[in-house]
Structures are given as C-alpha cells and as structure tokens.
Design a protein around this ligand. Structure first.
Ligand SMILES: [Zn+2]
Length: 126
C-alpha cells in the first residue's frame, strides 16, 4: 500500500470505529477517507459519530454540577463548534441545519470560536 507524503490513507472499506457503518467504492478499489469522516488515533469515524464524539468530549470537561438545560445548551454549542471547525467556509445556515439549530446560534459561536468552552462555574468543593 502506498502512503503519500500527507499520510492520507486509502482503504477499500472504511468502517466507523463507533457505529460500524462502512463506506467505500462500489468496485472495491481503495479510496481515501470520505470527506465527512474524521480520524483519531488511527481510528476512523463517520460524520455523525464525529459530531457525537466532539459533543461527548466537551461534556467530559464539564463539572458534574452542570446539569439539565445548561448541559444541553453547552452540548449543542460544542456541536456547532465542531461543525464550524470541520468546514469553516460553510454558510451559517448550512451549519445551522446540520446541527438543527438557528443561524443566530451559529453566528454567536463563530464570534467566540477562539474562546475555549468555559462554563464560568467553579466546581463545587464540599
Ligand atoms: Zn459512526
């Protein structure tokens, strides 16, 4: 197998490490990672799992004191953030529809994209 300078892998069949969905050419020729997929530590993830992983990762960083509505809001924000960094050139409405949110919400996240996800809440120390 030829690996080019950019280390782009080709596989006959890509399988998502999380949901096991697979993608590939009909004629079984090796193809590069599908555009919408991401790789992490040598594993490939389909678009929906990539999104879920981005949101899950953000959730893991949150203190347990953040629950319910606030948590759901931050999860949605993480998703928008992932979608923007995945395709920064996409119009806000495209990202909004991918994340099932409003263009206003996308615009707001774009405005603060360089600011790390911050809860502003100190962990409870009882
Ligand atoms: Zn998947």
């Amino acid at each position: 197998m030829v690996v080019d300078a950019h280390n782009l892998r080709s596989e006959v069949r890509w399988s998502c490490a999380r949901c096991e969905v697979s993608a590939g050419q009909i004629d079984d020729r090796p193809s590069p990672l599908p555009l919408t997929w991401t790789t992490s530590e040598g594993l490939a993830y389909c678009l929906s799992c990539s999104r879920a992983r981005a949101a899950d990762e953000a959730m893991e960083l949150l203190p347990e004191t953040i629950t319910g509505e606030a948590r759901a809001k931050l999860r949605r924000k993480a998703l928008i953030r992932f979608e923007i960094s995945r395709s920064p050139d996409s119009a806000n409405r495209v990202i909004a529809s991918a994340c099932r949110t409003s263009t206003m919400a996308v615009a707001a996240v774009r405005d603060e994209i360089d600011i790390p996800l911050s809860t502003g809440v100190a962990p409870a120390d009882n």
